[in-house]
Design a protein around this ligand. Structure first.
Ligand code: NDP
Length: 251
């Protein structure tokens, strides 16, 4: 499947990795559906898509994937506008920095799971009939944190991403042979993820101490793998978790 003319939903398309996936998909001729909450950022990325895209302006849906009514609106509006869904990219995600000892631990857990896991499950549930019709596929953006526990304030995030990987494998099995489901697990990527997750601005990550390749990824590197997985070149790939972590797990 080339993605030219395919309807591709990208959640978390207002910044970072999701913005890059949206722009590169538009460049390849996809009809992009951009989901996020920040109007201003969505509008900027939408203009970027329109300037590189071949045909159709992206459909921008201001929605929160943790809210059931918003999730239903994402699927309904996409189908009303484009009549089909070919690819679902579940990329929206964040972390809330609290330890398990914090009195707000359970609130943080619920909020992180609601976006990073429940939103994905709900979108998948509603998209399945459409993806079956088009023999489409799903790519979930997880994290190396699904495999390796990180710092003290990453427990909810790590747990959500580990569950996301396993959910993806369950779905790959369940939806075969019609729909492929795969995962990308990045290590540190240069985005606003830290700031958006409430990490202090002066927190300097010692990349050399974290990864053997002594570098941090750019969003486009993750996008390249997502584009491969959503394309027909990956027609034999389902239930896979693709690690792109600069060798973090080797440390
Ligand atoms: P950003 O913070 O730049 O982007 C996160 C995106 O998710 C934003 O577009 C944000 O949009 C959206 N988002 C967050 N919560 C919601 C929600 N409830 N509903 C709808 N959209 C939401 O970070 P990244 O681009 O880095 O993160 C993208 C994905 O990559 C995440 O799943 C993250 O866990 C994963 N990842 C990132 C790594 C990194 O080092 N950067 C490493 C490994 C994985 P808005 O605010 O407009 O709603």
């Amino acid at each position: 499947m080339s993605i030219n003319d395919k309807v591709v939903i990208v959640t978390g398309a207002s910044s970072g990795i999701g913005a890059s996936i949206a722009v590169e998909s538009a460049k390849l001729g996809a009809k992009v559906v951009m989901v996020g909450r920040n109007e201003e950022k969505l509008s900027k990325v939408s203009s970027d898509c329109a300037s590189v895209g071949k045909k159709v302006k992206p459909l921008v849906i201001n929605a929160d994937v943790s809210k059931d009514e918003d999730v239903r609106r994402i699927i309904d509006t996409t189908v009303q506008q484009f009549g089909q869904i070919d690819v679902l990219i579940n990329n929206a995600g964040f972390n809330k920095l609290v330890t398990i000892h914090d009195e707000k631990a359970m609130d943080a857990f619920d909020a992180v799971l609601a976006t990073n896991l429940r939103g994905v499950v709900h979108l998948t549930h509603l998209a399945i009939p459409y993806l079956k019709k088009t023999k489409g596929n799903i790519v979930n953006v997880s994290s190396v944190a699904a495999v390796k526990p990180m710092g003290q304030t990453f427990w909810a995030y790590c747990t959500s991403k580990a569950a996301l990987d396993h959910f993806s494998k369950c779905m790959a099995r369940e939806l075969a042979p019609d729909v492929r489901v795969n995962v990308v697990n990045p290590g540190p990527v240069a985005t606003d993820f830290g700031a958006n997750s409430g990490m202090p601005a002066d927190l300097k990550l010692e990349i050399k101490d974290m990864v053997v390749l002594e570098r941090i990824s750019q969003s486009e590197e993750v996008t390249d793998i997502v584009l491969f997985l959503m394309s027909d070149r990956a027609r034999g790939v389902t239930g896979s978790c693709f690690l792109t972590d600069n060798g973090l797990l080797l440390k």
